[in-house]
Design a binder for this molecule. Sequence first.
Ligand code: ATP
Length: 366
Amino acid sequence: MGENTIIRFEHVTKQYDDDSPVLQDVSFEIEKGKFYTLLGPSGCGKTTVLKLIAGFIEPTKGNIYFNGKVINNLPANKRQVNTVFQDYALFPHLNVFENIAFGLRIKKIKNDEITRKVKEALKFVNLEGYENREIKEMSGGQRQRVAIARAIVNEPEVILLDEPLSALDLKLRTEMQYELRELQRNLGITFIFVTHDQEEALAMSDEIFVLNGGKIEQSGTPTDIYDEPINRFVADFIGESNIVSGTMLEDYVVKFTGKTFDCVDAGFNKSEDVDVVIRPEDLEITLPEKGKLQVKVDSQLFRGVHYEISCYDSEGNEWLVHSTKKAIVGEEIGLFFEPEAIHVMRHGETEEEFDKRLEAYEEVNG
Ligand SMILES: Nc1ncnc2c1ncn2[C@@H]1O[C@H](COP(=O)(O)OP(=O)(O)OP(=O)(O)O)[C@@H](O)[C@H]1O
């Protein structure tokens, strides 16, 4: 365990009743002072991970460590963790000041100390002077900030945020993404943020854990995960992708859509069936004879910065292209891409298997 590790999950399984486990043998480490995001589709177990960290539920198997100590059964109020809920869970009958002061009053902290701390927390979330406002007089974004102030006023080591931006409209949501990120940097507290919105995860996080069906599919920085998805699920879930089936003929040579291409991937079995990913922004529109693939333009949407162009090859695969150049619907065009744009993935490979394969390859090939 690294010296900066604050939370560690060691083979954690969570099962409710006799149902199949909602988390299965999950292991990961959270470091101090970073912004983490748990990303995945509805029901994949994100909230369950948060509840285990907060102490609202206990693991069925495995261990959870906080600063090196097992905390599996430690009551929630004994943990250095505060949660910001999706619906903010503010007290409607208390004003802003009393909402934020609530936890401090329970801890029997002196009045002048409470006033100082609440004011400081309000300053952090840009709500100075709002102490006496009623909750019902606050907008969605302001309530969000009160909820965050209520969490940071306790000076926890970790703040858990369960889809805290999902109730906000798009513009406010984007503003709050910046604010939250800034706030986390200024406070230096570990944030663990839950979302099913991949763009939000990419924009905000130091590290992302991609969850699916109670397991972590991949973890890494936003660029790691975007540029090197390890399997079809991650590629499909993070950003838009063109994913086709292919065959790895030998190291650095892959075949798909009936053609052979140079690529930068290696370490597969000879003639292994693989999934091939190319991101829409890595495809360039050109003349048919200059393209590596020949396709027919099916439809086109203007997206502000780029055109989103949908094309089909002769085998019926769809190719999505993001281009600043316009295409003509119904026309034959060529698609050009560099070898680096091709990402080859082993069917259903896990992160552990991926790392092992790479290690084994590097051992043999240096
Ligand atoms: N108390 C419970 N008893 C039984 N099953 C539960 C309980 N809480 C959650 N589950 C189940 O566990 C699974 C994971 O739920 P969880 O809330 O962790 O998912 P999530 O990824 O946060 O989903 P969402 O994005 O929809 O909130 C779901 O299938 C859910 O129905």
